[in-house]
Design a protein around this ligand. Structure first.
Ligand SMILES: *Cc1c(COP(=O)(O)O)cnc(C)c1O
Length: 404
């Protein structure tokens, strides 16, 4: 998100000594998730010195979440991942505080959660772990590339506590049961549907289509502080909220994140989406212009795969003609100063993407300049090819080598 007070965005890095980063990869946990706008920054700061009644603050959040999602109620938690765990737990315990305190021991409770096999993705952690963390067991339905109605119906039994539906570019995007049909089948069997919509712009559609609980990240497109939002029915939301006396304690959210998430929702309500898309389009055109007539480099604008109102620049790289692979170009951008981090989860297929939605003033032009310089270096044979095995494992190696 572009904010007017960040003209000299490098000042923060000079003061902190941290590596300057321009994020064109999307809202990534590994890069600090979101760039918060000024109203969010102001409200996070405003509440920090003060004591509040947390139930009252969460009731304020509930009102705001309800207004924006069309749900009856809601609350704020540490992350969308926490929201999934607390929602599953709530579906198991209901409003029984003793059961909430016993978790992850689920003796005597319904404790199975059905999920389509193609939805068992990794969003930085395995989605099935967010289920197991509550003490529930995961019941995969169908196979990764084909899930049929009878398989869902057949997987549901008297121990089924909930069904989880994941909306994401990370899931298999064909062969799964569509949301409406999934809800109809689950509701026919009296099973509540929890939807992980962490990264979706559509705040109302899943609730409207019958989701019992819908979960969003406050720190993705909303531009909020790191937090998760749980929205849903007046019966389900309090049971999930109750988990704060139990397993939710380790997922505690601060008052600043709750108040900041409310500010982000209010900013979303009045956001000029058309103007933002226009600015993003201008950024994409700037990048396109930097890449025209470069051998082996084919750039084009592509829509978001889950229909979020967002376009990205896809850059296909012909390694022989360009003088380097897409992976080498991504690595060189990441090693630049400032570091430019691109969307590279499909790099083995020969392309990277650039996401225009998290830029501060001046950064789009810097990205264009770095892109041009690195393509130039590639065409002159000056880019090294990264080790593929090292590259593939870098997300976990960052943890294994940290602190040493
Ligand atoms: C990002 C994401 C999550 C995790 O969200 P956090 O708020 O970072 O915990 C979960 N599910 C999906 C589909 C996501 O995209």
């Amino acid at each position: 998100m572009t904010t007017s007070d960040t003209h000299d965005w490098q000042a923060f890095y000079r003061a902190s000594g941290l590596t300057p980063v321009i994020n064109v990869s999307g809202t990534m946990t590994g890069l600090g998730a979101s760039s918060a706008g000024q109203p969010v920054v102001d409200d996070c700061a405003a509440i920090l010195p003060h004591f509040v009644k947390m139930h009252e603050l969460q009731a304020l959040a509930s009102e705001t979440i309800a207004r924006l999602t069309g749900a009856e109620a809601g609350f704020v938690t540490a992350s969308a991942s926490a929201g999934i765990t607390l929602s599953i737990a709530g579906c198991m315990t209901g409003l029984d505080p003793a059961a909430a305190e016993r978790l992850p021991d689920t003796a005597g409770l319904r404790n199975e959660v059905v999920i389509q096999a193609g939805h068992l993705c990794h969003y930085g952690a395995p989605v099935d772990q967010s289920i197991r963390l509550a003490g529930a067991s995961v019941v995969p339905v169908g196979q990764s590339t084909q899930v049929l109605d009878h398989q869902l119906t057949g997987a549901i039994n008297e121990r089924t506590a909930a069904a989880l539906y994941v909306v994401s570019h990370h899931v298999v995007d064909y062969g799964q049961i569509p949301f409406d049909a999934f809800v109809a089948l689950c509701h026919k069997a009296d099973v509540p549907v929890i939807v992980d919509a962490a990264s979706e712009y559509d705040l109302t559609g899943f609730i409207e289509a019958g989701a019992d609980l819908a979960i969003y990240s406050a720190h993705k497109f909303l531009g909020g502080p790191t937090a998760g939002l749980v929205a849903g029915g007046a019966g389900r939301v309090p049971a999930a909220y109750l988990q704060n006396i139990g397993i939710g304690r380790g997922m505690k959210v601060g008052k600043e994140s709750i108040y900041g998430a409310i500010a982000a929702l209010k900013a979303w309500e009045v956001r000029d989406h058309a103007a933002i898309r226009k600015a993003e389009r201008h950024t994409l055109d700037t990048w396109l212009a930097a890449l025209v007539d470069r051998p082996g480099i084919h750039a084009r604008i592509v829509p978001d795969p889950t229909n979020n109102p967002l376009d990205r620049l896809r850059i296909d790289v012909d390694q022989v003609a360009a003088g380097a692979s897409a992976r080498a170009i991504a690595a060189a951008l990441a090693a630049s100063d400032p570091a430019v981090i691109v969307r590279d989860h499909e790099v083995e297929q020969g392309w990277i993407q650039l996401d225009p939605c998290n830029l501060l003033d001046g950064q789009a032009v810097t990205v264009a300049e770095e892109l041009a310089a690195i393509c130039e270096a590639a065409s002159e044979g000056r880019l090294a090819e990264p080790d593929v095995t090292v590259w593939r494992n870098q997300s976990v190696d960052g943890y294994l080598t940290w602190g040493r």
